[in-house]
Design a protein around this ligand. Structure first.
Ligand SMILES: C[S@@+](CC[C@H](N)C(=O)[O-])C[C@H]1O[C@@H](n2cnc3c(N)ncnc32)[C@H](O)[C@@H]1O
Length: 236
């Protein structure tokens, strides 16, 4: 008897699944460590290995990119996927002085649609409230990415350099966004991941996306902080 119907009939595959799941996690983690090994000495900023990490160090990564790539005065499209209270979009708008820049934040403002690491579903729930930022260049697109991003992006002008800040934490949300922005990504655009070392999520989403797009974009590694928790890449 072939193995296929035997596993189905006995439901033995369920026990095998439980047994092999930790190995799949380990595989992803080792793939991540391989990425770290290749890039740990690269970038404009890289604190690997830093014993004293802190979430606010992420601002150093963003600030370094703004300064080293001279994008604090250029007209840019800054698109942030996962905004919550708007801390990072506010930071970018305060650091880039060009009047033609746009800062667009996408979020349901209802929190995470699934649990992530130790955070429960709906964590970051802003009760649907959009952050108030008194800068006419800043706008928000409220709703689930799956309902909003495609419609919004197809009408956008992508001639300026774009910075795509992926901060939705989850594998599903991040992968969805990567495929949506894919047609619009061009040379010199920047991708920033806020939870890259969440290997089952943002890291795996990027790995999956890279496998699927059918061409090997050269991603230039711009930097990382908090031991690759936050990572920035540029399209070559
Ligand atoms: C970590 S928070 C963003 C933090 C913010 N970028 C900052 O720097 O302060 C993640 C956000 O992603 C949003 N999010 C995740 N998946 C989403 C989806 N599929 N559609 C809309 N919003 C989503 C959540 O609502 C949450 O507010």
């Amino acid at each position: 008897m072939p193995i296929h119907p035997l596993l189905v009939k006995t439901k033995l595959y369920k026990s095998i699944l439980c047994l092999i799941k930790p190995f799949i996690r380990t595989y992803n983690y080792m793939t991540f460590l391989d990425y770290v090994t290749k890039n740990r000495k690269h970038g404009y900023i890289n604190d690997y290995y830093n014993k004293n990490t802190g979430y606010n160090y992420r601002y150093q990564l963003h600030e370094t990119i703004l300064l080293k790539l001279n994008i604090n005065q250029l007209p840019v499209n800054y698109l942030e996927f996962g905004v919550a209270e708007g801390n990072m979009i506010k930071f970018w708008a305060s650091k880039n002085s060009n009047e033609n820049s746009l800062f667009i934040g996408f979020d349901s403002f209802e929190g995470l649609p699934e649990s992530w690491e130790n955070k429960a579903k709906e964590h970051f729930n802003n009760e649907g409230k959009i952050p108030v930022i008194s800068d006419g260049r800043v706008s928000f697109v409220k709703g689930w990415f799956q309902d909003t991003v495609h419609k919004y992006l197809k009408n956008m002008d992508f001639s300026n350099q774009s910075i795509f800040h992926l901060d939705a934490d989850l594998f599903s949300s991040t992968l969805y966004v990567l495929f949506q922005i894919h047609p619009f990504i061009k040379k010199d655009d920047i991708l920033i991941f806020d939870e890259f070392s969440s290997v089952e999520n943002e890291f795996l989403a990027l790995e999956t996306f890279r496998k699927c797009i059918g061409k090997d974009w050269g991603f230039q590694f711009l930097g990382a902080v908090n031991n690759f928790r936050q990572v920035a890449l540029q399209i070559k």
